[in-house]
Design a protein around this ligand. Structure first.
Ligand code: ZN
Length: 551
């Protein structure tokens, strides 16, 4: 047992209602503990944090950092890798490559350097779970996990077609357990299946019929959302709605939120789903954040992450196959499309957001509107959908845009002027406080993910802590933490990685009736290219598994 005391820092811990109070934090091994009752007890180690700001470690609940799609994107962008910053090997760390899709080791070091200690990859086909776990095992400094794609899974669609809700629910539980995944993810439910079975195919709304199984996106959303609640999974169904990026898609987004019928739902990268206009005419494009945010504000079953767009070049990667094709057409860029048998699809294309473009400027503004129009910061989470809207390395810049309205207005003067008439951003005076930033970057994602031991600094919490040097410019403050502590160990000092620690992989193991496995095995025999017995990932395949309980 080792006792570590961080003394005299200004603590932000919204979960425990601590808003900038000077407190000592006590750590025993890898957990935070209550200050010892005996005032004479001496810690084994002390860190003087006088004058510094203390927050729980950051949590990125939606990013793309592992698995076959991410790895393909790395291979697709040699031109970017060649020019990018090099991550050199040191006595304690591996080398790595950057660009918009950093290598595994670089991803872990850069997240930690930014004060993040937990991250979830948002889109893994269960069939590729092994690949994802292998990459996560090579991603240092973070606890991590992934969401399992199931919005276009054939077995689920067949169960819906036959009216077998219980079978669909048992399969979802089995699939999460077999993949050692953390949450259920829907990506363009039904639409990817149409894309896979029909040239240039997609769905356009919730009631289009997916011909191969005679089901609709609405039925898929209802079934998975209801099952996730019935299984009492720690995280809600994680929804990438239909029609991402399309002008006029806001009505589909509203329909999707309604289709949840009161079940918990996390609407991801909501910025990409908040567009007015349509008919292929760019001049009609506008923001519909106001009505959508009003709906979210009024419905407590909903949470969102933003998917903020930042100006510059990046790589779009998505489980939404038809979207990848659309983007490659828009940018006339190289393009990768990959189908995963029975389960999912994906698309990758290099893209660039330009501040003089009407569309891109509005996307940027719509993201900021979401942060500023959701009343309760516990229901909106910071994300760039890394690397889709931009790199996670842009988080400090987003924090400044939220905390400093003068800066926000200065930037507004430099972008396409249409944003003034087509969005309400210029009218929004709200400025985030440090406490609210702490909520949207760690406390809220922990709560939304159902991680009771994360996102706060109370007794029993993981000793994942970020210590910042305060600065009048929040971007300066957040881009270079003074110390980052992971599981009780100081792993980063002023941007330098001190220890190459490896975190846990978080997963769920929901209960289900194991009788269903006979039917799934028969299904595998008939349709899969892999044997049923070779499919499931076992815990011994993972570096440090940690099962999070349901219920
Ligand atoms: Zn995403």
């Amino acid at each position: 047992m080792s006792l570590f005391k961080i003394s005299g820092g200004t603590v932000y811990d919204p979960t425990n209602n601590i808003d900038g109070e000077i407190r000592d934090i006590w750590i025993e091994d890898d957990k935070i503990v209550a200050p010892p009752g005996d005032p004479h007890l001496r810690p084994d180690k002390t860190l003087d944090a006088t004058g510094l700001v203390i927050m729980p470690g950051g949590i990125d609940m939606h990013c793309h950092i592992a698995g076959p799609k991410v790895n393909m994107a790395r291979k697709m962008r040699p031109e970017e890798k060649r020019k990018a910053e090099k991550v050199h090997r040191t006595a304690t760390t591996h080398s790595g490559t950057m660009g918009s899709v950093p290598s595994t080791f670089a991803t872990g070091y850069k997240y930690a350097g930014l004060g993040y200690t937990t991250a979830f990859d948002a889109a893994i086909p269960a069939l590729s779970a092994r690949h994802a776990h292998e990459e996560l095992a090579d991603t240092p400094c973070l606890d991590k996990g992934f969401y399992v794609l199931m919005g276009n899974n054939h077995y689920i669609m067949r169960s819906i077609q036959r009216g077998e809700h219980e079978r669909a629910r048992a399969f979802i539980a089995w699939l999460l357990s077999a993949a050692k995944g953390y949450a259920a993810k829907l990506v363009n439910p039904g639409g990817v299946e149409v894309w896979k079975s029909q040239q240039g195919g997609n769905v356009t709304g919730l009631d289009d019929v997916v011909a191969s199984y005679d089901v609709t996106p609405r039925q898929i959303i209802e079934t998975v959302a209801r099952s996730v609640d019935e299984l009492k999974l720690p995280h809600a169904v994680h929804v990438h709605a239909n029609n991402l990026g399309m002008p006029g898609n806001w009505t589909t987004t509203l329909d999707t939120m309604r289709a949840l019928e009161g079940h918990r739902g996390h609407m991801t990268h909501i910025q990409f789903h908040s567009y007015g206009g349509g008919d292929g005419d760019e001049n009609t494009f506008n923001s519909k954040t106001l009505p959508l945010a009003e709906y979210v504000n009024a419905h407590k079953n909903l949470t969102v992450d933003v998917g903020q767009v930042l100006f510059g070049k990046t790589t779009s990667m998505t489980g939404d196959g038809p979207l990848g094709y659309f983007l490659s057409k828009v940018y006339n860029s190289k393009w990768f499309s990959g189908d995963t048998e029975m389960e999912a699809g994906c698309g990758i294309a290099p893209i660039e957001y330009r501040n003089k473009s009407l569309i891109h400027t509005l996307q940027w503004a719509i993201g900021l509107e979401w942060y500023l129009l959701i009343d309760d910061p516990w229901r909106v989470v910071m994300s760039t959908d890394h690397p889709n809207g931009g790199s996670f390395l842009a988080y400090p810049q987003i924090i400044r845009l939220l905390m400093d309205r003068t800066y926000r207005r200065d930037i507004l003067k430099t972008v396409n002027e249409s944003v003034i008439t087509r969005s309400v951003l210029a009218d929004l005076d709200r400025e985030y406080t440090l406490n609210e930033i702490c909520i949207i970057t760690r406390a809220a994602p922990a709560r939304i993910l159902g991680l009771k031991h994360k996102g706060h600094l109370g007794p029993g919490a993981d000793a994942d802590i970020t210590i910042y040097t305060p600065d009048a410019n929040p971007e300066t403050m957040f881009e270079l933490p003074r110390f980052v502590i992971k599981a009780g160990r100081v792993i980063v000092e002023q941007g330098d990685i001190r220890e190459d620690v490896y975190g846990q992989t978080l997963h769920v193991q929901p209960d289900y009736d194991h009788e269903i496995e006979t039917d799934i095995a028969a299904w595998f025999d008939e349709f899969y290219s892999i044997r049923f017995r070779n499919y499931a990932v076992t815990e011994d395949y993972m570096l440090t598994p940690k099962c999070i309980a349901c219920g």
